[in-house]
Design a protein around this ligand. Structure first.
Ligand code: DAH
Length: 371
């Protein structure tokens, strides 16, 4: 039988001379090498180990049984030496193959950290929120805190406590959306969608003794038909400052500074007499057109000025309503100013948005431009 035969059969020894033994063992070693060369993964390595070193079925055990056991005493040492060399050779192949498959497994899991990553889709701040945050930051730097209030209000907070008595014509300037089925309640308790953020002035003063410096952003609702400059829902920023010795000069300085912060230091402000029931005196504020520097352009309708907000000194009558809950608002001891501006208008000016509807459309093609 050939000594080079592989498989379960063990070739028998042709003799016990060193040359014959060397030849027989060399044949087995070639077999080992052939099977070790094809070890691709850890399963194959384990199969190789069992095939050669398995305690019961292993080929090394079979060779030992076939060659060593029946050998004459004087040949056992020669066979034993060669047997040990063969065993070491098998173990060495096994170790090498084990390392290689481990490296393969790591290689398969390797990631290339130089590849570009998966880009997450990052949201963009809505232009209204962006403008609102900018305004809040400007007033925060002047020591104002931020407040909020309910969008569904009572007639008392939206109108009466702000010195719009029942039936007062000033109510007609704010086309109001009222909540249904309120008729059986006294007028002051009837619910409506707030038409301005001014009621939060009253809530604030009722819960906080002076001094107060607060800005209140929020949604307001009016029964207006939608067009390029009107939306039934829009946003206002209310401001309120109450302390001892607050004067109209403080109001002018505060708003002039805020407008310069918002539109640039070359912007000027001017104040015109106006009317709001809850302020006395009241004023409308115009800013010099930030687009043409006041020379006159399409944006300022060639006047050089743009009207942007309303303001005034808090009317003592308003403090009177607040005093029912918070006596510290004594108009003989304290004074204050208030202002209100449309956030949508300011956002549209700042970002060159010509239709207010875009702010509420949810159209990603519009919103993505602010990313
Ligand atoms: N609430 C007013 C409006 O919606 C805006 C306003 C004007 C608020 C003057 C104020 C103010 O606080 O002092 O038309």
């Amino acid at each position: 039988m050939s000594q080079h035969e592989t498989g379960d059969q063990i070739p028998s020894l042709s003799g016990y001379s060193e040359a014959e033994l060397d030849q027989a063992f060399a044949g087995v070693l070639r077999e080992v090498e052939t099977s070790a060369a094809a070890l691709a993964d850890s399963d194959a390595v384990e199969a190789f180990r069992l095939q050669w070193l398995g305690r019961k079925q292993g080929r090394l055990k079979a060779i030992s049984d076939a060659w060593l056991a029946p050998a004459p005493v004087e040949a056992k040492k020669l066979i034993g030496q060669r047997f040990n060399v063969l065993k070491s050779a098998i173990e060495e192949r096994l170790e090498r193959a084990g390392k290689a498959t481990h490296t393969n497994a790591l290689e398969a899991e390797r990631i290339d950290i130089t590849l570009p990553g998966t880009q997450p889709r990052v949201g963009a701040e809505h232009p209204l929120i962006k403008t609102q945050n900018e305004l809040l930051a400007i007033f925060a730097r002047m020591g104002y805190s931020v407040g909020v209030g309910p969008e569904v209000e009572t007639d008392y907070y939206n109108f009466e406590s702000l010195n719009f008595p029942p039936g007062h014509p000033a109510r007609d300037t704010q086309d109001t959306l009222v909540v249904a089925n309120q008729d059986r309640k006294p007028l002051r308790d009837r619910l409506l969608m707030r038409t301005h953020t001014s009621p939060v002035q009253i809530h604030t003063m009722e819960t906080q003794a002076p001094p107060v410096r607060i800005v209140i952003p929020g949604k307001v609702h009016r029964n207006d038909a939608a067009d390029a400059t009107h939306s039934p829902i829009f946003h206002q920023l209310e401001g309120l400052c109450v302390d001892t010795n607050i004067t109209f000069a403080d109001l002018k300085g505060t708003l002039d500074h805020a407008m310069k912060e918002l539109f640039g230091s070359s912007v000027k402000t001017r104040f015109f007499p106006s009317f709001f029931p809850f302020t006395e005196p009241s004023a409308d504020v115009q800013i010099s057109c930030p687009f043409c520097g006041g020379k006159g352009c399409r944006k300022c309708k060639h006047s050089g000025w743009i009207e942007l907000l309303g303001c005034g000194m808090v009317d003592p009558a308003v403090f009177g309503f607040v005093q029912q809950k918070q006596p510290a608002y004594d108009p003989k001891k304290i004074s204050g100013f208030a202002f209100g501006m449309g956030i949508d208008r300011i956002a549209m000016m700042k970002y060159g948005i010509s239709d207010i509807g875009l702010l509420y459309s949810g159209d990603l093609r519009f919103l993505e431009q602010f990313g």
